[in-house]
Design a protein around this ligand. Structure first.
Ligand code: AMP
Length: 213
């Protein structure tokens, strides 16, 4: 099962991707998480990626595509995966498709978690992240058990640099210009499914499970 999650930053696609991965027993692959791990470990890739991420811009395809292709070639991806945050541009989608065609394979579903921009801006200001283990929370919708502390690893939670209000506006602009065209791309391939991302998390997940079967 190969699933792509689409949706604006903050639409909740990461949360849904994790739930899908758990239920269907496939790895959850987030290019954003991979970049953040590289930043934390001070790698060259991390240093380069951070320049773009902090401004709300996309990391160039040259850096992103190889990283993703290496990841999906690993053993645990044999039975599929759920991609969260990739592809984000038409060229990225084309590279992935080409690679899958070589394997006689294709994307099963591209799930668009649809949320209007107004809701996104409101949501992202409440988002909190653990920079140590990657867990994400929301001060109202998914609060941690203890305020400001990660349930998983006990580290301090922060508002990510790229979740700051000005950066969010930039990310939405970038999303509309570069990522939204993927909705048409996957519609053309007959694999696009849309779910209403303004519903409570559990209901969004129920809708996704109905689609995936
Ligand atoms: P995310 O955690 O998916 O919201 O990603 C955080 C940031 O990482 C994005 O705003 C981009 O700067 C960068 N990023 C993640 N995935 C990609 C991708 N597929 N292409 C380009 N940049 C990406």
């Amino acid at each position: 099962m190969k699933i792509i999650m689409l949706g604006a930053p903050g639409a909740g696609k990461g949360t849904q991707a994790k739930l899908i991965a758990e239920k269907y027993g496939v790895p959850h692959i987030s290019t954003g998480d991979i970049f953040r791990a590289n930043i934390k470990n001070g790698t060259e890739l991390g240093k380069e990626a951070k320049e773009y991420m902090d401004k709300g811009l996309l990391v160039p395809d040259e850096l992103t595509v190889r990283l993703l292709l290496d990841r999906v070639a690993q053993d645990d991806c044999k039975n599929g995966y759920v991609l969260d945050g990739f592809p984000r541009t038409i060229p990225q989608a084309e590279v992935l498709d080409k690679e899958l065609i070589k394997l006689g394979d294709s994307v099963d579903f591209a799930v668009d978690v649809d949320v209007p921009d107004e809701n996104i801006i409101r949501r992202m200001s409440g988002r909190r992240a653990c920079l140590n283990c990657g867990a994400t929370y929301h001060i109202v919708n998914i609060p941690p058990k203890k305020e400001g502390i990660c349930d998983v690893c006990g580290s301090e939670l922060v508002l990510r640099d790229d979740d700051q209000p000005e950066t969010v506006k930039n990310r939405l602009k970038v999303y509309h210009e570069q990522t939204q065209p993927l909705i048409e791309y996957y519609t053309g391939k007959g694999v696009l499914r849309t779910v209403d991302g303004t519903l409570p998390m559990e209901e969004v997940f129920d809708a996704i499970v109905k689609i995936l079967g």
